[in-house]
Design a protein around this ligand. Sequence first.
Ligand code: FAD
Ligand code: DHB
Length: 394
Amino acid sequence: HKTQVGIIGAGPAGLLLSHLLHLQGIDSIILEQQAREAIEGTIKAGVLEYPTVQLLKQLGVGDRMMREGFEHHGIELAFGGKRHRIDLHELTGGKSIMVYPQHEVITDLVAAVLGNGTTIEFGVADVGLHDVDSERPSIRYTRNGEAHEIQCDFIAGCDGFHGPSRQAIPAAVRREHLKTYPCGWFGILCEAPPSSEELIYAQSDRGFVLVSTRTPTVQRMYFQCDPADSVDNWSDDRIWTEFHARTAGSDGWKLKEGRIFQKGIIAMRSFVCETMQHGRLFLAGDSAHIVPPTGAKGLNLAAGDVVLLSGAIADFYRGASREALAGYGASALKRIWRGEHFSWFMTTMLHDFDGEDTITRRFRRAQLDYVVSSRAAAASLAENYVGLPFEGPA
Ligand code: FAD
Ligand code: DHB
């Protein structure tokens, strides 16, 4: 096959990029190792920033989100036995966030991309990138045991943290930064009514808890755990006991229990590959950067990347200039580093770590007290949480 842009990965980054390119008259093909049912069913992110919501609406893929998603105007921070509201809407001049699951975003984008007449090859294997530093790069892969090749003008590596695209940039030129946190998140989905109208980020001496939601009957919650722990060590009873111990407040508020139907542990890291392009290969989303989940930034950073990348590729085909393409990484990294810092800030403010000195714990409490008592500090948190505007080309 032949196409203008060969996209590896049908996550939020790859699908959104394909759709953005299509709207600017540029063809793409997407290669995805999983089955369609698998990507449309995997539970991941839940929070969409204000700029992401606006983008999905503008691109004509926001109808179901607007009908079925839940707009939130605030979040709560809980510590020291009390809950404190951060009024996102008021502090940002009217912005909000949307609780709408990532797999539903994926479902809507897959429908839009296929509706554009674009091919998504599901279930591919052995994906390899070739001649990325030439004018004619190609992607080779197998499907049902048969070998295939796609020749393209550009390759977009949207294959997540573990995909092959980043590795196709020679290690000698790749500039990478990594921080691993000594904790993970234990996530559950349960059948229960919401315990709170808004998300609760709770700090406690026993560790962090996030109370999130999906629908009026399904709730999403996480507690900080040992990243090497196993879900098999956690019976439903033990899970609820831990949630209650960490969230018990002085006002009698109590988390509502329900049947747990999904459990999983996620790792926490900050990672940035600053070398986001090499020849005709461009990285976007988790293939180039990972954040710890505490600020809900991952999917939203991927959206910012592909807005820039699609614009730069469109400039190239219009013959306007190659500058946007040459500057893609540098432009994208501004928003990425902001999101990385905010995610680190939220993570260190809300998680206690084993072996910390007592002064670090006092600093944490001082920061929490500041954020809920100073309008300036709360406004800064709110501005980052609802999402800063997407970057334009430098
Ligand atoms: P991915 O979603 O990882 O997509 C990459 C795709 O490439 C996958 O479909 C994969 O199968 C495919 N692929 C990989 N290797 C190959 C290969 N060799 N060949 C072909 N295809 C390949 N973010 C938020 O913004 N808000 C949140 O509230 C939030 N909560 C989260 C909660 C959890 C539990 C987790 C796990 C993540 C959360 N995130 C959140 C992060 C968010 O899910 C990711 O940042 C987002 O999925 C990144 O999108 P992506 O398209 O870059 O990568
Ligand atoms: C969810 C995940 C997050 O990382 C976060 O900060 C908020 C919500 C969620 O899955 O609902």
